[in-house]
Design a protein around this ligand. Structure first.
Ligand code: PEP
Ligand code: MG
Length: 324
């Protein structure tokens, strides 16, 4: 098996009927790059920049950020790199940026909510990203977007920083702007978001947590982490369909994207990019190679219309794939 995966390293991901979804990697630092390249990733679908802030004793400077982003974008040699603006808060704390103590940190002051409030921190990050965009294909993604107005505000600040660089005679690349879909409200309103963003990436770790009202780190309620629950699958399909109706790119960067039971269904829904831990890429490429996307579409349609439980879906996918 391992030997077969190795052969797939330099191959494009191709389903049995010739579809080419992109298999990308999730990273936390430029140090993850060798592993990404070794596993034949076709891009980076999620660079979690908060580690840059967490591994430091002070806010990282614009130049420090620029160097890190440039290293990743350059290292990927023109393949798309999705860089997420900082997702601090929730369970991720910064010693030098004291946040108020909250009853429900996961429902509190975090991610884009901090960026839109502490705009000087956000502007610094955006300038570093804009400058790094000259070295490859850089996409910017905003985390924890709940409303259209949040996206519009973030985009406005981005456009202002972009214009300042242009006015100063500095080059900037062609950047795609997108959002994470990890809050049920934005999944439900995906058709409206699709008109304004260039891409969406479904963050299933949080989307499942918030949809099921079950803390993703709490063992006692871990049975509610149900990626194949038809309620979750309906949200995912809604997002993919909304993107495609507007000609936008539908990605997923939560754990579900590399889940071998979910992959056949996601292929059937027509997901454009699957972003996962680098070590899952080759086995997923091998799985997709054996799958026919129209057969998987029938499976996905059944899962969102007929299936009732997480277990129903799991069982049906296992049966279908084992017959292939
Ligand atoms: C997610 O929520 O699915 C996600 C990819 O982001 P994180 O795991 O960093 O919250
Ligand atoms: Mg998340």
């Amino acid at each position: 098996e391992k030997a077969e995966w190795q052969k797939l390293k330099s191959e494009q991901t191709t389903s049995k009927d010739g579809k080419h979804p992109i298999l990308a990697a999730n990273i936390g630092t430029p140090k993850d790059l060798p592993g990404v390249l070794e596993n034949g990733a076709e891009g980076i679908g999620l660079y979690r920049t908060e580690f840059l802030y967490m591994d430091s004793n002070e806010l990282p400077s614009e130049d420090d950020q620029f160097e890190a982003y440039k290293e990743v974008v350059e290292g990927m040699e023109g393949k798309p790199v999705v860089i997420r603006t900082m997702d601090i808060g929730g369970d991720k704390e910064l010693p030098y940026l004291p946040l108020p103590e909250e009853m429900n940190p996961f429902l509190g002051y975090r991610a884009i909510r901090i960026s839109l409030d502490r705009t000087e921190i956000f502007r610094t990050q955006l300038r570093a990203l804009l400058r790094a965009s000259n070295f490859g294909q850089l996409w910017i993604m905003f985390p924890m977007i709940a409303t259209l107005n949040e996206f519009r505000q973030a985009k406005q600040i981005y456009l202002e920083e972009r214009q300042k660089l242009v006015d100063a005679g500095q080059p900037v690349g062609d950047i795609k702007l997108g959002i994470m879909i990890e809050i049920p409200a934005s999944a439900v309103l995906a058709d409206k978001f699709a008109r304004e963003v260039d891409f969406m990436s479904i963050g299933t770790n949080d989307l499942i947590q918030y949809s099921m009202a079950a803390d993703r780190g709490n063992e006692r309620v871990s049975y509610l982490y149900q990626p194949y629950n038809p309620s979750i699958l309906r949200l995912v399909k809604r997002v993919v369909d909304a993107c495609h109706a507007e000609g936008k790119i539908a990605c997923m960067c939560g754990e579900m994207a590399g889940d071998q039971i979910a992959v056949p269904i996601l292929l059937g829904m027509g997901l454009d990019e699957f972003s996962m831990s680098a070590t899952s890429i080759l086995k997923t490429r091998s799985l997709i190679k054996r799958l026919d996307s129209s057969q998987m579409k029938a499976l996905a349609d059944w899962a969102v219309t007929e299936a009732e439980t997480n277990e129903d879906v799991k069982q049906k996918v296992e049966e279908t794939v084992s017959e292939i």
